[in-house]
Write a protein that binds this ligand. Structure first.
Ligand code: PLP
Length: 400
């Protein structure tokens, strides 16, 4: 049963349950417009009513209101305030995509000679960014698979620990609370790609994470029609990342923010459905003879299930399966026979998707599949029975 009843959401001083916060946060500017939703304000230029107001907008590095178009209009600030409230954080920064949020955090913490510790099997482009951008800047990148391994690898030069739970594709868990405790003792900040859990199922800051980031492109927007990143944390934890965004001209359009706010209103309902349907379809697949294993920590049989139960209150829609060995033409027929699963690399929308693993997804796998045939499914909001029928028809090809 999905538990979405955690009660720490809302503006400071308010303690709402999640669904109430999702419905009410980020609507302050709607009052003046006499509308339910905040207006979509498009602007490159912000104008001020007085010199005093203009000067005030340039005081300090923290700002929670429009200053110049790059930092966003009232629409952006509504989304950021809503997300901060949902996550129980002081502040939020919007970026143009999930990957740009990752780049901002890594870029803001990297300095020559530092060590960046990254959880194994994180999203492929995060690893590429570490190796191709931070490596040449003389940063040492060390990967770790557990809190114990992190402790062994941590040096005095550590500048950031970067997590993603569960990790992309392999969906491996790590003990987040243990990692945060080690990091706290050594004074090293912890950032986490929290996209999988969303604020509905994964309370990143309560577990000790300093900077939590979301590819809001996925579940928060939820309709596969915009790209967006959201970073949450305290003013202090996000200070260098905000400065990095400011210096790099990081900007998100008001239209993207309005779409994400609209999507956010139904996040609780959608996540409950993704949770139930993914578990139903993954359990069904586990019993099929063409499936060698299902990698999904929400399943009781998964090695990460105990950690998952401690850290998550529900499961995301994506999981990975390994097919039993079959020929390449049979594999192609299986993928092409799927009618209800779009063939694409994303997830988090209302629709189901299938993504065959490509070599860069597989490079860091501890247990290599026999013939490399790992397939990720995203379970959308369709009826799970229809999805299982579609899979049943397509799986017939795996034996031929
Ligand atoms: C776990 C995870 N983090 C980050 C991203 C990047 O998000 P975006 O596509 O918005 O750059 C993705 C995209 O697939 C992802 O799966």
């Amino acid at each position: 049963m999905t538990d979405t009843s955690s009660s720490h959401h809302g503006a400071p001083g308010r303690r709402w349950q999640l669904d109430t916060a999702l419905a009410h946060l980020g609507r302050a500017s709607a009052v003046a417009a006499k509308s339910v939703n905040p207006p979509i304000v498009r602007a490159s230029t912000t104008v001020f009513e007085s010199l005093a107001e203009f000067k005030a907008s340039y005081q300090g590095t923290v700002f929670e209101a429009p200053r110049y178009g790059r930092s966003g209009t009232s629409t952006n600030f509504e989304l950021q305030a809503a997300m901060a409230g949902l996550c129980g954080a002081q502040t939020c920064i919007a970026t143009p995509s999930g990957l740009s949020a990752i780049a901002a955090v890594l870029g803001a913490h990297a300095r020559p000679g530092c060590q960046i510790l990254v959880q194994e099997n994180v999203y492929g482009p995060t690893q590429t960014l570490c190796e191709k951008v931070l490596g040449p800047l003389q940063c040492r990148i060390d990967y770790f698979g557990s809190a114990d391994a992190l402790e062994e690898k941590l040096t005095a030069q550590a500048a950031l620990i970067f997590l993603e739970v569960p990790s992309s594709l392999t969906m491996q868990m790590v003990d987040v609370a243990a990692v945060c405790e080690i990091a706290r003792r050594q004074g090293v900040p912890v950032a986490c790609d929290s996209t999988w859990g969303t604020p509905v199922f994964f309370d990143a800051h309560a577990l000790g994470i300093d900077i939590s980031l979301h590819a809001a492109t996925k579940y928060i927007n939820g309709h596969s029609d915009t790209l967006l990143g959201l970073l949450t944390g305290s003013y202090e934890a996000l200070q260098s990342t905000r400065a990095w965004c400011d210096r790099h001209g990081t900007h998100v359009s008001a239209d993207s923010c309005a779409l994400a706010l609209r999507g956010m209103r139904t996040l609780g309902l959608r996540m409950a459905r993704h949770d139930a349907s993914a578990l139903a379809v993954a359990s069904w697949l586990q019993a099929q003879p063409q499936i060698a294993r299902v990698l999904f920590p929400a399943l009781p049989s998964d090695p990460g299930h105990a950690l998952w139960k401690q850290q998550f209150t529900g499961g995301p829609g994506p999981f990975t399966v390994e097919l039993t060995p079959c020929s390449e033409p049979a594999y192609e027929r299986f993928i092409d026979a799927l009618r209800l699963f779009g063939l694409g690399t994303s997830w988090g929308g209302f629709e189901s998707l299938v993504m065959p693993a490509i070599p860069h997804h597989l490079r860091a796998l501890a247990v290599q599949p026999d013939d490399g045939r790992l397939v990720r499914f995203h379970i959308g909001l369709e009826a799970p029975e229809d999805l299982c029928s579609d899979l049943h028809e397509a799986l017939r090809h795996v034996h031929r």
